[in-house]
Design a protein around this ligand. Structure first.
Ligand code: NI
Length: 267
């Protein structure tokens, strides 16, 4: 039995795993922090909406730590549904969990995904370690390619499984950066590539949230029959604006999140 997590120890464990998939996050963290601590705006997870591994299975670990369900989001074209969670302690990262609506996908995709999920050991999702355990299934390169044709999201999940898809820097809490433009410029000056789908900055002051992200790093993944280098995880940056009541907006903007998903697209 592993020791029960606190909010802090869970995010520490997620961060350790995430940096292995996104080595540039370590360098960016150092670049932006100026030696100070960096506050995480949110951490995102992906899953399939099958009962064995659905959003609720992942969310249960955060609810157990005091998180509360907040906004719900739909991404029709990508066939995704999502929900975000907040902790009463406002410095705890928000959690954004999405799930692919498998029943809306082709029979071919459904067959592959169901065969993957059938490999998840009984009870595996019950332990919080599941949140950073990687892919609990074996897939072939051909299956990955078949998923990729229909859903970049499904292909990413097949390859990388359960772990932070991205961490997000709280730009409001950064010393030395007033705007998201200045963060983006510092990243580009240091040689990092940004996701430009929908523009480098998604959202605006009008919708109370601006977001940008790097393009995912690439790492080697071992499929059952082949080892390939593919896009893994990315780093996101969020600047929030105050609502009419003076408190910062804490929700998400579906049109922006839709483009952020594309940070892991094959290229
Ligand atoms: Ni995000």
């Amino acid at each position: 039995m592993s020791k029960p997590h606190t909010v802090e120890s869970l995010f520490d464990a997620l961060w350790v795993d995430y940096q292995n998939q996104c080595p540039s996050a370590t360098a960016i963290h150092a670049l932006l922090s100026g030696g100070e601590a960096i506050v995480n705006d949110h951490v995102a997870f992906r899953t399939f909406n099958l009962p064995e591994v659905g959003l609720d299975k992942l969310a249960a670990h955060f609810l157990a730590l005091g998180y509360e369900p907040k906004g719900e989001y739909r991404f029709e074209q990508k066939k995704l549904a999502a929900r975000h969670f907040e902790h009463p302690n406002p410095t705890a990262p928000k959690v954004f969990i999405s799930e692919l609506q498998v029943q809306e996908c082709s029979p071919e995709l459904q067959d592959i995904v169901k065969a993957m999920v059938a490999q998840v050991p009984a009870g595996a999702t019950e332990t919080p370690d599941f949140l950073y355990s990687g892919a609990p299934w074996k897939v072939s390169k051909a299956q990955y390619d078949a998923l990729l044709k229909e859903s970049e999201y499904a292909a990413w999940l097949a390859a990388f499984g359960y772990r932070a898809n991205h961490f997000t820097v709280d730009v409001n809490a950064l010393n030395g950066f007033e705007t998201l433009e200045s963060v983006n410029q510092a990243l580009k000056d240091a040689g990092f590539e940004l996701n430009s789908s929908g523009g480098e900055i998604k959202g605006s002051a009008e919708v109370l949230l601006e977001q940008s992200s790097t393009l995912a790093d690439k790492v080697a993944v071992t499929f059952t029959d082949e080892r390939v280098v593919i896009p893994s995880c990315f780093y996101e940056f969020a600047l929030r604006y105050p609502k009419a009541d003076g408190h910062l907006y804490t929700g998400f903007v579906a049109a922006s999140a839709d483009k952020i998903f594309e940070s892991t697209d094959a290229r």
